[in-house]
Design a protein around this ligand. Structure first.
Ligand SMILES: Cc1cc2nc3c(=O)[nH]c(=O)nc-3n(C[C@H](O)[C@H](O)[C@H](O)COP(=O)(O)OP(=O)(O)OC[C@H]3O[C@@H](n4cnc5c(N)ncnc54)[C@H](O)[C@@H]3O)c2cc1C
Length: 501
């Protein structure tokens, strides 16, 4: 790579401007740092300002056969941050941060990759929009497009972000540009509104993949409810978690509560967002004594979105009544709280958990990569069946404890059928041996759940190669597509890769 990189850097500087091609050692080191150990390095950083710049950058990469790894904001904390899957040139799209269009009647935004949740949320407030953008528990400075490229999820309706988009504008490795749905017809009236358009829709090829760089897309917004009623309660006894999950399924299936409207957290997850590790009580030892700091109680929380106060009250009464037998300590949030995360107000609240084991506490500006926070995020798709989830939790907890970490677990009820189970392995990268223990823990949990048939729905840099072999011709099919679109394999090689080395 060394010989071609110098010539390529010269070509990129000419195309993008001198200052938008970064090669300083500090910048490259920063971009090559995640919240867990990684192998690959960023060898240069390109900062295109326009869609045309992206096309030019990829054509040069192709000419010199140099791998390029796109990030929108690079805040993929817990999953790999901005570190590429293999040594690569980082295509940092954060300068492309325009909100290109907003339709206040139909409720959509058209955004570039650098647009953050914070920016979009503020924009909608400034516009006094009657729609809001659901936000993830992740960083407010994360991007809509990076999050969608990962098929991330947010709180409340439309929370499965990648299901509520249209008209992706994507640049292929060759520099060619394609749009999804109706987007290829510039005059199509429904191009922002009709996801599949007519004929084969390419959209599925461009998320969790390495087939294109998304330079723009349309995001559908959620209509703001007349009344929001956030709630939280404790699961009464450990053996009632099972029933609470089954009841949540019924509430979601019957649409009493909206999709992504119920989550369950164990006490370790809750504690990690509320404050630091109990160093004093534990006499400086890790992990916590599970007898004194058990995983219970689990908490169940969510929000009701209603078209009137009467509907909100009736729904709230029904939800509480259904869950009453297995819950205690009900709290209903303030319906007038317009700052609620369930109304699309981004917050750093959950990100604080990355500092759980850091003795120095929280800095003014949170940056887990810089601060050597250890965090590995694991997320699995599991049927929304109480006993099945409880069995998985009971199998995972001892492994995490044996490796010296707290079983920090949460469940998001994605819809009435499936849950996402999250495990956060949180530690301090400054402590010798912790990185290795955390990776070993990750690997053991991954193998255990994979062998039980519970697969991750989103991968970290540590788990890109962890999927079982497919039982059909899926791999061959995707290999053909990859080779057709990116014959020199310059786009994010190794990312959700279909071409195995
Ligand atoms: C405590 C904590 C809580 C979190 N909670 C959530 C949560 O609730 N929901 C959630 O989804 N995530 C969550 N995250 C994970 C993560 O922080 C977010 O998903 C975040 O939005 C990702 O960062 P980003 O938007 O800057 O994406 P980036 O880092 O820019 O991108 C992520 C990946 O997508 C690909 N990509 C990015 N842009 C493009 C593009 N334009 N074209 C093609 N591919 C691209 C890249 O390969 C990149 O590695 C959490 C993390 C932490 C630490």
């Amino acid at each position: 790579m060394n010989e071609s990189i110098d010539a390529a850097v010269a070509a990129w500087r000419e195309a993008l401007g001198q200052e938008h091609v970064v090669t300083s050692v500090e910048s490259l080191e920063r971009a090559s740092t995640a919240t867990f150990p990684t192998n690959a390095s960023v060898v240069a950083i390109l900062r295109p300002g326009t869609h045309d710049d992206v096309q030019a950058a990829l054509r040069i990469a192709n000419r010199f056969e140099l791998p390029v790894y796109p990030t929108s904001r690079g805040c993929n904390w817990g999953l790999g941050s901005s570190v590429p899957t293999r040594d690569a040139v980082l295509l940092d799209l954060s300068r492309m941060n325009r909100i290109v269009d907003f339709d206040p009647r139909l409720g959509f935004l058209v955004v570039e990759p650098g647009v953050t949740f914070q920016q979009a949320s503020q924009f909608l407030r400034d516009q006094q929009s009657t729609f809001f953008l659901p936000v993830p528990g992740g960083p407010p400075q994360g991007s809509l497009i990076g999050n969608i490229a990962e098929r991330g999820e947010a709180a409340g309706p439309y929370g499965q972000r990648a299901d509520f988009v249209a008209n992706l504008q994507a640049v292929l490795a060759s520099g060619d540009c394609v749009h999804t749905g109706f987007g290829r017809f510039p005059k199509a009236s429904a191009k922002h509104l009709h996801r599949h358009g007519v004929g084969p829709n390419l959209e599925g090829l461009f998320t969790q993949s390495n087939l294109a760089v998304i330079t723009q897309l349309t995001v559908w917004l959620t209509p703001s409810p007349q009344v929001l009623k956030p709630f939280m309660a404790r699961i009464g006894r450990p053996d009632q978690l099972n029933q609470a999950i089954d009841t949540s399924r019924e509430l979601l299936l019957h649409r009493v509560v909206e999709t992504n409207g119920i989550g369950l957290w164990n006490s370790h997850k809750m504690a990690s967002t509320m404050g630091g590790y109990p160093w004093q009580a534990m006499d400086g030892k890790t992990p916590v004594d599970i007898e004194r700091f058990p995983s219970e109680p689990w908490l169940i929380g969510g929000a009701i979105y209603a078209a009137s106060p009467e509907i909100a009250d009736a729904t709230a009464a029904l939800v509480q009544q259904k869950l009453n037998a297995v819950t205690t300590d009900w709290q209903w949030g303030d319906s007038n709280d317009s700052q609620n995360v369930y109304l699309g107000v981004p917050t750093e609240h959950n990100i604080r958990s990355a500092y759980w084991r850091k003795k120095g506490g929280l800095p003014t500006h949170i940056n887990p990569d810089r601060d050597r926070c250890g965090l590995i995020w694991m997320c699995f798709a599991i049927p929304l069946i109480g006993q099945e989830l409880v069995d998985v939790i009971n199998a995972v907890q001892p492994i995490v404890l044996q490796h010296g970490f707290e079983p920090n677990l949460g469940i998001n009820c994605v819809n009435g059928r499936c849950a996402h189970l999250y495990l956060s392995i949180i530690y301090d990268r400054e402590i010798a041996g912790e990185d290795e223990r955390a990776v070993a823990c990750h690997d053991q949990v991954m193998i255990l759940l994979r062998d039980l048939g519970h697969l991750p729905y989103r991968l970290t840099l540590l788990s890109m190669d962890s999927l079982p072999p497919s039982g059909d011709d899926h791999q061959r099919c995707l290999q053909s597509i990859k080779r057709a679109l990116d014959p020199k394999s310059i786009l994010a090689p190794g990312r959700y890769d279909v071409v195995q080395d």
